[in-house]
Design a protein around this ligand. Structure first.
Ligand code: 0O2
Length: 219
């Protein structure tokens, strides 16, 4: 039985739906904190700068269903809206994004439903981020409900761009003048260059530090 069907059978009301999505966020959030702490413990380095999470607002859910040409029913929400529970992970470097994605993908109790790499294949708008749609089992007293969570992983620079673009996009209800869209795409290119530069600087700093330590050790 696939996840959406199972969910439909188990969710009877709006309150139950929201309870499950909130619980799913808590489960995945705790998992991420543990992974980040373990990484710090083993490598003395945190791949995750910060994590934000939210449950999509009813208005936003209905808007999305309208866009999909679907009626605003609980069944349709559960079946068609993948990002009701959303977690955003913000990393320092692009390499951390794939490291974190691998760590999430190898968790036995999470099922990866789909992956969208908008870093290798940015959206027309210039949007860059790595999206993972996962299901997490939420253990209730009498049943287990596999609940979907969308995880967005991006760098701080990508997050800065996406937050501003989101504001502008909504101000214009998706019909921003072409020159603004063009400028935003240009800014997205700058973000990529900044991320590349920061990553190579980090490599250079680590190499210099190692060289210094070796000199001290051999002196
Ligand atoms: P909000 O307000 O952030 O919740 P699908 O999930 O496959 O049915 P969808 O929704 O197009 O279809 O999936 P996708 O492309 O994975 O996008 C989901 C979310 O990614 C969006 O949710 C945004 O949060 C973010 N996103 C996608 N494209 C853009 C973009 O061009 N600019 C910005 N700033 N964010 C983007 P919502 O529901 O659109 O918005």
């Amino acid at each position: 039985m696939d996840a959406p069907q199972r969910l439909n059978e188990d969710i009877e009301s709006w309150e139950t739906m929201m309870f499950l999505y909130n619980s799913a966020i808590k489960e995945v959030g705790t998992k991420l904190e543990i992974l980040n702490d373990e990484f710090q413990h083993v490598h003395q380095y945190n791949p995750i700068e910060y994590i934000k999470s939210r449950v999509k607002s009813p208005e936003s859910i209905c808007k999305k269903l309208k866009r999909y040409g679907r009626e605003a029913t609980i069944e349709n929400m559960v079946h068609y809206v993948n990002d009701i529970a959303g977690i955003r992970i913000v990393c320092s470097f692009t390499s951390d994004i794939y490291r974190v994605a691998d760590m999430i993908g190898s968790q036995n109790d999470l099922t990866v439903v789909s992956l969208k790499d908008y870093i290798k294949h940015p959206k027309e708008s210039g949007y860059k981020s790595y999206h993972m749609l996962v299901t997490v089992p939420v253990f209730l007293s009498d049943r287990v409900v596999n609940t979907r969570v969308e995880i967005q992983i991006r760098t701080m620079a990508m997050d800065f761009w996406a937050s501003l673009e989101h504001k502008i996009y909504y101000k214009f209800e998706g019909n921003a003048p072409e020159y603004i869209s063009k400028e935003l795409r240009a800014c997205s290119d700058i973000v990529s260059r900044l991320d590349e530069k920061m990553l190579s600087l980090n490599h250079a700093i680590l190499a210099a530090k190692e060289e210094q330590e070796q000199k001290i050790y051999t002196a």
